[in-house]
Design a binder for this molecule. Structure first.
Ligand code: NOJ
Ligand code: CA
Length: 542
């Protein structure tokens, strides 16, 4: 694949709008805040220089699940701004060559959505069948054992009409019935509404749950930690009928030039996820792979994850990788328990940005941001409230972005909706920009290198250590360029042998997270020396 395609060659940046920047002092990030920080993203001399933003949901929502419960898919939540302001944001992004991808939640709506209110009103309401209703079993038991991914039964009793409705997530998030052609057409209309406004694509929230088994068959049981994990989700997820539905979804975006669909699968293994990317022609252009968010800090784990994904996908399909997002603990806190977090963040960034596949960054990771510890009484995430203290929810990774060392990190002039990192006085965008050795500048260098390296954009990925214990090393190679990436996962200097089949190339250093001037590969040797937590990229001298 050598033709230039923005979503294959670009770097994506996820913004959680509530926490990015507040401009009216209500403590909630807003679209104006994004507009005012576009220089951070692209177009200024010290910008990060990303290519696309993905905005977590901006639609009106009663916020039971912070925007992932929508009451109107074709409007902007007044807390974030207006449709006009959104149009301005799209225009301003486009002027800077930043694409805009919206988060589209089409599996479910809010329980306060007018469609659901109608659906609840009577069994013979024309919208009844827009959601998944079923009769109780004897003794008013739920129709089957399907669980909610957020805990408890997936079925909620509705006294008014004497039936259960299904919700894969909160009971405040009833699932739509995608078998109903009216529902599909209505959702496609929503897609067109945004595409017509110039949106460049969508991140599809839990797309693999759109279609459920029409007979509501029970999932087979298996061992697992939580009740939800004790089922093999073959009837409530990943139905074979879904492929045709996704083809229809893709047709909607294909009517517009150069748009993209990125699917967020729930709990899929790489082989299943790869199905939805197909050969890249008629399904989703990309499907998230969350392997990196679940791996401990060990090179063998990452190598295995990359190999699995690489081999599961069709050669024309585009891999994509993510270290952090709004649903998991930030990797600066996660990897190595948060120790030496900047050094690890640089190693992880070097990996993310030198793999074959589109990198997705999560706002804050470019400054090595960690989770903010949130005390119980301030917990906002329903999952945190439900599972405390075993699981403290997803608030920590959703805390506001620290821009400078002023009060609340310059995020708001008011009271932030969630407390900011306790480190904001020293860890903030401004401070990172002033420090040439910061995580931020390392991201910038990596992004710049990626942009100009055909091998990083299109080259093959070839692991260089069969069983890595300390160092992850791989080649990225295309006809015009060969790069060697070496990442020391340990806090001590190491010398390790690379694959003996590596031809006797001479290498020159392109980039390193260490400032020492030592030689990494002497002459044509295949024995490489790295400083503690050093991440480096070398290029074959021609
Ligand atoms: C996945 C989203 O990323 C998550 O934040 C949300 O809670 C669920 N889908 C439900 O929409
Ligand atoms: Ca605001």
């Amino acid at each position: 694949m050598s033709t230039k395609t923005w979503w294959r060659d670009g770097v994506f940046y996820q913004i959680y709008p509530r926490s990015f920047s507040d401009t009216n002092g209500d403590g909630i990030g807003d679209l104006q805040g994004i507009l005012e920080h576009l220089d951070h993203l692209k177009g200024a001399p010290d910008s990060l220089d990303i290519d696309a933003v993905w905005l977590s949901p901006i639609y009106p929502s009663p916020n039971f699940d912070f925007g992932y419960d929508i009451v109107d898919h074709e409007a902007v939540d007044p807390a974030f701004g207006t449709l006009e302001l959104f149009d301005t944001l799209v225009q301003e992004c486009h002027k800077r060559d930043i694409k805009v991808v919206l988060d589209l939640v089409m599996n479910h709506t809010s329980h306060q959505h007018p469609w659901f209110l109608e659906s609840c009103s009577a069994r013979d309401n024309p919208r009844r069948d827009w959601y998944l209703w079923a009769d109780p079993l004897p003794h008013r038991r739920p129709p089957n054992r399907w669980k909610s991914a957020f805990g408890g039964s997936g079925w909620e009793w509705h006294e008014g009409t004497g039936q259960y409705y299904y919700h894969m997530f909160l009971r405040e998030q009833p699932d739509l019935n995608w078998r109903n052609p009216e529902v599909r057409e209505r959702m496609f209309q929503t897609m067109r509404f945004w595409l017509d406004r110039g949106v460049d694509g969508f991140r599809l929230d839990v797309f693999n749950a759109y279609v459920k088994d029409n007979l509501l068959r029970d999932n087979p049981l298996k061992l697992g930690r939580r009740p939800y994990d004790m089922q093999r989700h073959i009837y409530d997820l990943d139905r074979p009928e879904l492929l045709e539905v996704l083809q229809e979804v893709r047709k909607v975006t294909d009517d517009y030039p150069d748009r993209v669909l990125v699917g967020e699968p729930l709990g899929s293994d790489p082989d299943i996820a790869a199905r939805y990317a197909g050969d890249g022609s008629d399904l989703l252009q990309m499907v998230f792979n969350f392997d990196f968010t679940e791996r401990p800090w060990h090179p063998a784990h990452f190598q295995r994850a990359i190999r699995r994904w690489d081999s599961a996908l069709h050669p024309n399909a585009q891999p994509c990788y993510v270290l952090s997002n709004h649903d998991v603990s930030r990797h600066a806190s996660r990897f190595g328990g948060g120790e030496n977090s900047d050094a690890r963040a640089k190693v992880a960034a070097a990996m993310l940005l030198t793999l074959r596949g589109t990198p997705f960054l999560y706002a804050g990771e470019e400054i090595g941001l960690k989770d903010t510890p949130i005390p119980y009484i301030e917990i906002k995430d329903p999952l945190g409230k439900r599972y405390w203290p075993f699981f403290r929810g997803r608030d920590g990774c959703r805390a506001p972005m620290p821009w400078n060392s002023s009060q609340h990190g310059g995020f708001t002039s008011g009271q932030p909706w969630m407390r900011i990192t306790p480190e904001y006085a020293t860890r903030n965008v401004e401070a990172q920009k002033q420090d040439p050795d910061s995580v931020y500048h390392f991201y910038r260098k990596l992004i710049a290198l990626r942009r100009t390296s055909p091998a990083l954009l299109h080259g093959r990925w070839l692991p260089m250590i069969a069983k890595p214990t300390r160092v992850l090393a791989y080649l990225r190679e295309c006809a015009d360029q060969t790069l060697l990436v070496a990442l020391n996962f340990t806090n001590v200097p190491v010398r390790v042998n690379l694959c003996s089949a590596l031809p006797p190339y001479r290498w020159k250093l392109r980039l390193s997270s260490s400032r020492s001037g030592h030689e990494r590969l002497r002459g044509t040797s295949t024995r490489i020396s790295l400083d503690a937590f050093e991440a480096c990229v070398m290029e074959r001298a021609r």
